[in-house]
Design a protein around this ligand. Structure first.
Ligand SMILES: NC(=O)c1ccc[n+]([C@@H]2O[C@H](COP(=O)([O-])OP(=O)(O)OC[C@H]3O[C@@H](n4cnc5c(N)ncnc54)[C@H](O)[C@@H]3O)[C@@H](O)[C@H]2O)c1
Length: 318
């Protein structure tokens, strides 16, 4: 049976998970927040530390370290648990390792009787969200990946800086794999109510290469941050909090998340980042942008690369 209050269970209280939990508390997004980690002491320490900030929070949140049994009445379970790539390890090794972790975690969560929404952030996020959907047996609408929400945020930030317009007034999307093959949808960029071509007229010193540079900064942002501080977590944490809010407050907000395509954008049987309407039921619908031929070719390539990476682990998903 569902609680009368909103409950979020977070699995994985590492850099991303703990930053996300902190963002939830600071924005008063949920009434209950349960922290679960294979390292129980870490989850416990985080719960105690965060509880001590509650006198300064905008609303009451009950935070505790719990177990998978707490998922039985959860509205959302957020998965940020996973191994990171070790030196000498290939991306495929990581996929196999994290798929195995995903299988055991999702099995335990479903055994609790969980019947809410999964939000997956662990990498490679598109593949792990597909795996979560298969392992859980939940409807596709209720298994969501963070997809390109962070990449889209980086894109909006970079465009806002370039045009000197508040990033919240920049509407733009990065779609595709959360990774090297993602692409900017320049045909649908809107800067402070102006389409991109009009906005560019305001830039006397504009060069075509500027747009390429903006996208390269977005695509390679994670490498730059990891080189300097070892991991990225604040941006994705705020993105996950944004998705959580859109779900719990039934917002019908458009966010670029990873979802199952069934013919949209000419593709099927793949989880990948595209704009979606998100509300209390999860994904209400996929927004199908009218992308141009060049963008479609890049999107098709992104799907192809993801499917190739997934192929060796598909057996374990059966
Ligand atoms: N989607 C995105 O945009 C995005 C951005 C940044 C990071 N990430 C991904 O998020 C994940 C977490 O990153 P991080 O920096 O927080 O890593 P981290 O190593 O700091 O944290 C991972 C946590 O998961 C826990 N864990 C591992 N196996 C577990 C299991 N079987 N059950 C329960 N808990 C388990 C660990 O104890 C640890 O606390 C990684 O996969 C990373 O690549 C995604």
């Amino acid at each position: 049976m569902k609680n009368k209050v909103n409950r979020v269970v977070l699995v994985g209280t590492g850099f991303v998970g703990s930053s996300y939990a902190f963002a939830l508390l600071n924005q008063g997004i949920t009434e209950e927040l349960v922290l679960v980690d294979v390292n129980n002491e870490k989850a416990e320490g985080e719960a105690i530390d965060m509880s001590h900030g509650l006198p300064f929070a905008p609303s009451k949140t009950k935070v505790w370290s719990g177990t998978y049994a707490d998922c039985s009445s959860a509205d959302i379970v957020v998965l940020t648990a996973g191994a990171n790539q070790k030196p000498g390890e290939t991306r495929l090794d990581l996929v196999a390792k994290n798929t195995a972790i995903m299988k055991s975690i999702v099995g335990e969560i479903m055994a609790s009787g969980f019947d809410g929404i999964f939000l997956v952030a662990a990498n490679p996020v598109d593949i792990l969200t597909y795996a979560c959907w298969k392992f859980s047996g939940l409807p596709k609408e209720r298994v969501i990946g963070s997809g390109t929400i962070l990449d889209t945020a980086r894109f909006r930030y970079e465009l806002g800086e370039y045009f000197n317009v508040d990033t919240r007034n920049v509407h733009a999307y990065i779609i595709g794999e959360h990774g090297d093959t993602e692409l900017p949808v320049y045909s649908h960029v809107n800067i402070g109510a102006k389409p991109l071509a009009k906005a560019l007229e305001t830039k006397a010193d504009y060069k075509l290469e500027d747009l390429d540079e903006i996208f390269v900064n977005v695509r390679d942002a994670a490498y730059k941050i990891i080189d300097r501080k070892g991991a990225t977590y604040y941006g994705i944490a705020m993105g996950l909090a944004r998705i959580t809010k859109a779900i719990l407050q039934d917002e019908n907000s458009i966010l670029t998340v990873s979802t199952l395509l069934e013919g949209q954008y000419g593709q099927e049987d793949i989880y990948i980042g595209v704009p979606c309407v998100v509300n209390r039921d999860g994904i209400r619908e996929i927004v199908e942008l009218d992308i141009n031929a060049e963008e479609q070719a890049k999107f098709d390539n992104s799907v192809k690369v993801l499917k190739e990476t997934m192929a060796p682990v598909l057996e374990t998903l059966k």
